[in-house]
Ligand binder design. Structure first.
Ligand code: GN1
Ligand code: MG
Length: 356
């Protein structure tokens, strides 16, 4: 379940935003929904309306209007080609816009809160993994003929491992000297994985591997389930961009396989569940097997190495350069997060070949 944080102070601050979505007085309730690392999210209720309200982190998304363009383009394509598919596009403001920008250049948008829909924060069993993987596969499959290259690149180089790795090498020269010293052993561990970057370079130079419409953030909390446990939609559409399918499969590997979430600090608890791996594969392939070339399919296992490693260097680079991207909740938080990913990578690499 999403963590719900009650809030009173924010009510006053956000009243002008809630008004944009049709609330004409101060009779609304607002509570913060925790979970995401980037945007701020609230649940708002007034009259018979329930909304999810979000403020976009403009440090991360420099052009929020591009998010809206991408969602609109995908939404109109799906409305035409797959009208039965539920795509949670933002609600329009009373002025007819899919975003609300306030006087201080804060960008907000709202979504309908679907009664009875549920989200989960940890994959408890293989069925949930299957359901989620199937939905992410379905999303990309339905958009096979959509011209992915026309989408804006909302975060430049977001899942470009070559760029991320080069940025990491730069941080080794420019980062905080004390932190660089403290993390030496972990930095060595990263540098030993250069083969993962090499494989990415090969893959991205291979014309048999297509860029498709990918979600790029396939954690389980971005899937809506109905009360009987069936997944029916994917949410969090900010990073819908052209990308490789391994981005989506890889982030499922990263976030579904171990029962421990990415915040776990006891690394001995990190454990790969083979039945969950199998469920990700079956669920995703039930929608995508006809779309993916055999060359693409040969990178299925690699997807997990790719994303876990990239997340490790994202957390570690952020720690070494002073925590500007992921806000730490305690000193050393991003260092711990990076260590967790490297431990997860080690466990992932131990998956026997026959199970991959
Ligand atoms: C961020 O905030 P959230 O949960 O949507 C990040 C992902 C990372 C994830 C790690 C735009 O996602 O790429 O994998 O944290 N999103 C962005 O938990 O950087
Ligand atoms: Mg996200």
């Amino acid at each position: 379940m999403i963590e719900v944080i009650p809030n009173t102070i924010e009510k006053t601050k956000l009243a002008h935003v809630v008004q944009q979505y049709g609330c004409t007085n101060d009779n609304f309730t607002i509570e913060r929904l925790g979970g995401g690392l980037i945007n701020s999210t609230w649940k708002v209720a007034f009259d018979d309306t329930e909304l999810v309200l979000q403020k976009v982190n403009t440090n991360v998304f420099a052009s929020p209007a591009h998010i809206a363009d991408n969602i609109e383009a995908v939404n109109s394509y799906l409305k035409k080609h797959a009208p039965e598919y539920y795509f949670p596009a933002p609600l329009l403001t009373t002025g007819g816009a899919s975003f609300y920008k306030d006087a201080h250049n804060n960008w907000f948008r709202a979504f309908k809160f679907l009664k009875g829909s549920q989200t989960i924060s940890i994959v408890e069993n293989a069925e949930q993994a299957y359901e989620a993987a199937r939905q992410f596969g379905r999303f990309t499959a339905l958009l096979t003929d959509f011209p992915a290259e026309t989408l804006h690149e909302n975060i430049v180089g977001f899942h470009d491992l070559t760029k991320r790795y080069n940025d990491f090498l730069t941080v080794l020269k420019t980062g905080d000297p004390a932190r660089l010293k403290e993390a030496r052993q972990w930095i060595e561990l990263v540098l030993e994985q250069a083969d993962i970057v090499k494989q990415f370079n090969e893959l991205s130079a291979n014309s048999l591997i297509k860029k498709r419409v990918a979600h790029h953030d396939t954690k389980i909390s971005n899937v809506l389930f109905n009360p009987s446990g069936k997944a029916f939609a994917v949410i969090d559409l900010d990073t819908i961009m052209a990308g490789y399918y391994i981005s989506d499969v890889g982030d499922m590997m990263r976030t579904y396989l171990s029962l421990t979430g990415e915040e776990e600090q006891d690394f001995d608890e990190v454990d790969i569940r083979p039945d969950v791996y199998k469920a990700i594969k079956e669920g995703y392939m039930s929608e995508m097997s006809l779309q993916l070339s055999s060359t693409e399919q040969s990178y299925f296992y690699y997807s997990g190495e790719f994303i876990i490693f990239m997340q490790a260097i994202r957390f570690l680079s952020d720690y070494l350069s002073g925590d500007h991207y992921y806000t730490p909740a305690y000193p050393g938080h991003n260092f711990k997060r990076a260590q967790h990913q490297l431990q997860l990578l080690r466990s992932y690499k131990n998956i026997p070949t026959a199970q991959r």
